[in-house]
Design a protein around this ligand. Structure first.
Ligand code: MTE
Ligand code: MO
Length: 495
C-alpha cells in the first residue's frame, strides 16, 4: 500500500520547517514579557506563571518601566534571541502566512482527494480503540494500524487533534491578541477570557504541540526509523530504506540549517532582516492594522487598578522646569505640510472640543491595561491646521532623549508616525487626562497620543510637536519611529 501521497510528504515537511520557526520566534515574543496572566489587568507580582526571577510590584518606590521586565533568552532556543522582539515578531508573522497557506492546501487536498477519513474519525469507537492502542504500547508491543490506514487509532486521534483542534486554536487565539481585531470586536477576545486568556491558551497550545512532537518522534523511533522514514519521506514503506535514511537526514539537516541561518543573519544584520521580512509582513500588518476603527467602550469598573509604565520620563532640566510650573509654558507646535501652522498652549488645547474613551492598552511586549483617556480628537487639530494635499503622515516628536533613559546601545529622541487616515479615526486623540485627572508625568504629561487600534509604542508620550509630512524616510533612521528604528518593530502595529 502507498503510505503517503506526495502532497502529504511535501506539506508534512514544510510543516516541520514552519513549526520550528513559529515556535522559536514565539518564544522570543514571550521573552519580551516572560509572564502569563489570566486577567487583562496584568497586576505586577501576581502573574499566573512567571519565566523570570525578577519580580516587579505596583507599589514599588522606584519607578520601573515594562521594558525592564524583558529577558534575554539564548539564540539556541529563541529566534533570534538576545532581546529582539521586533525581529522575533517579523519571523513569527512571516512564517505564519506560509504555515497557514500550507495548512489550507493540506486540508483542501485532504477533502478533494477524498482522504479526509485518514484523519477524521467517523465513529466513536476511535476512543476505546485509541485507549487500547496506548495500552498495547505500554505492554511493550506495537498496536495494529487502523484498517486501510498506515497508523493506529491513538495516532489517528492525535493527528486529528493537532490538525483540527490545536492548529485552529492557535490561529484563533493569535487573532485575539491583535489590538486592531479586539479594538473593533471586543467580544472576540472575551471568547478566550480576554487577551491574556488568549495569550495563555496560545502558550499552552505551544506546550501541547511540543509534547506531541516529542511523542510523535518517539513513536517513529519505536516503530523503526528506516521503515517510517520510507513512508513519510519517500511516500512508501517499500521504498529503499537506505535512501529513506539519507533523504530523511538531509531533510532534518535542511531544517536545522534554515534555523541557524535565520538566527545568525538576524543577529548580525537586523536592519536587513527587518526590511526583507517586512516585504511579506508589512502588507499583512497593514491590512489588519488599518482597516478597523476602534469601537471600545469599557465601563469605569473595568479600569485597571494599576497601569504599567513603558518608557521613563524625560530626564532633562528643561522638561522638569516645564512640569514644575504645571506646564504653563508648554506649547504644542503643529506644522509641516499644513496651510496654517499652529502653536497651542495647554489651556488652548483644553479649550478645544474634548472627548473621552475607556479602552484597552496593548503593549507590543504583551501586557494589557484599561484606562479612561480624555483629550482633543486629533481630527480637530488636523482640521485647524488644514494639511496640504501631499501630507500623508503625522510625526509626533517627544521630549524624552532615549540615549539617557533607555540606553541599551540605542539613542536619540523618541518619535513616532501614523498615517493620516488613522489620525482621523474617532478614537485617535491627543490625551490630556487619564482616569479623570491630568496625565501623570510617567504616562506622558502634558499630552500623549492614543490610537486605540495600535500597539502601545505608537502612542507617543510627552508630545512636543506634530509635523505633517509626505514621507518619513528622511526622519531618524527612516523606519517611521524610534522603536521601529532602534528595536526593529514593524511600522504598522495592529497585531
Ligand atoms: N515619548 C515616549 N512615548 C512612548 C514611549 C516612550 O518610551 N517614550 N513608550 C511607548 C510604549 S512602548 C508604550 S507600551 C506606551 C506606554 O504607555 P504608558 O507608559 O502610559 O503605559 O507608551 C509609548 N509611548
Ligand atoms: Mo510598548
Amino acid at each position: 500500500m502507498e503510505a503517503f501521497p506526495l502532497w502529504i510528504v511535501i506539506t508534512h515537511f514544510l510543516n516541520i520547517l514552519f513549526m520550528t520557526l513559529l515556535g522559536r520566534s514565539g518564544i522570543e515574543v514571550l521573552s519580551a514579557f516572560p509572564k502569563l496572566y489570566l486577567s487583562d489587568h496584568c497586576p505586577p507580582g501576581r502573574e499566573a506563571v512567571r519565566f523570570s526571577k525578577r519580580v516587579f510590584f505596583a507599589g514599588s518606590p522606584k519607578l520601573w518601566s515594562s521594558l525592564d521586565e524583558e529577558e534575554s533568552w539564548s539564540p539556541k532556543i529563541a529566534l533570534p534571541g538576545r532581546k529582539n522582539l521586533g525581529l522575533g515578531r517579523h519571523w513569527h508573522f512571516m512564517t505564519l502566512q506560509f504555515w497557514i497557506l500550507t495548512g489550507l492546501v493540506y486540508v483542501a487536498l485532504l477533502f478533494i482527494e477524498g482522504q479526509w477519513r485518514r484523519l477524521v474519525p467517523t465513529d466513536w469507537s476511535i476512543v476505546p480503540d485509541a485507549l487500547r492502542a496506548m495500552a498495547t504500547y505500554l505492554s511493550g508491543n506495537l498496536p495494529q494500524p487502523q484498517p486501510g490506514l498506515p497508523y493506529n487509532a491513538a495516532q489517528q486521534l492525535a493527528y486529528f487533534g493537532v490538525v483540527f483542534i490545536l492548529a485552529p486554536l492557535q490561529i484563533l487565539t493569535g487573532a485575539a491578541m491583535s489590538p486592531s481585531v479586539i479594538a473593533r470586536f471586543p467580544w472576540y477576545a472575551r471568547l478566550f477570557g480576554g487577551k491574556q486568556g488568549a495569550r495563555t491558551i496560545h502558550f499552552l497550545v505551544l506546550c501541547a504541540l511540543i509534547g506531541f512532537v516529542i511523542v510523535h518522534t518517539a513513536m517513529v523511533v519505536i516503530h523503526g526509523i528506516p521503515r517510517e522514514w520510507a513512508g513519510i519521506a519517500l511516500g512508501s514503506y517499500h521504498a529503499n530504506h537506505t535512501l529513506a535514511v539519507v533523504v530523511g537526514t538531509l531533510g532534518l539537516l535542511f531544517i536545522l540549517a534554515v534555523n541557524v541561518v535565520a538566527t545568525r543573519v538576524s543577529l548580525n544584520h537586523p536592519r536587513r532582516v527587518q526590511r526583507a521580512l517586512g516585504l511579506v509582513v508589512d502588507p499583512f500588518e497593514r491590512v489588519i492594522s488599518r482597516r478597523f476603527a476602534s469601537r471600545q467602550h469599557y465601563a469605569r469598573r473595568d479600569i485597571s487598578p494599576y497601569f504599567r509604565v513603558n518608557g521613563y520620563p524625560p530626564p532633562d532640566a528643561e522638561f522638569e522646569d516645564l512640569a514644575a510650573s504645571g506646564f504653563v509654558h508648554y506649547r504644542l507646535d503643529v506644522g509641516g505640510l499644513v496651510e496654517e501652522p499652529i502653536s497651542l498652549t495647554l489651556a488652548e488645547l483644553r479649550a478645544m472640543p474634548q472627548t473621552s474613551q475607556i479602552t484597552k492598552h496593548n503593549c507590543i511586549q504583551g501586557w494589557t491595561n484599561i484606562a479612561e483617556w480624555g483629550g482633543v480628537p486629533l481630527a480637530a487639530i488636523t482640521e485647524r491646521c488644514r494639511p496640504t494635499a501631499d501630507a500623508r503622515y503625522l510625526v509626533f516628536y517627544a521630549f524624552d532623549d532615549k540615549t539617557i533613559t533607555e540606553n541599551e546601545g540605542r539613542y536619540g529622541y523618541f518619535y513616532g508616525t501614523i498615517p493620516l487616515d488613522l489620525a482621523l479615526r474617532p478614537q485617535t486623540i491627543l490625551a490630556l487626562d487619564m482616569n479623570g485627572q491630568p496625565l501623570p508625568i510617567e504616562h506622558g504629561a502634558p499630552a500623549r497620543l492614543r490610537v486605540e487600534t495600535q500597539l502601545g509604542f505608537k502612542m507617543v508620550k510627552w508630545v512636543r510637536a506634530i509635523e505633517f509630512v509626505a514621507d518619513y524616510h528622511h526622519i531618524g533612521q527612516g523606519q517611521g519611529g524610534w522603536r521601529e528604528d532602534q528595536q526593529y518593530y514593524a511600522n504598522a502595529a495592529g497585531i
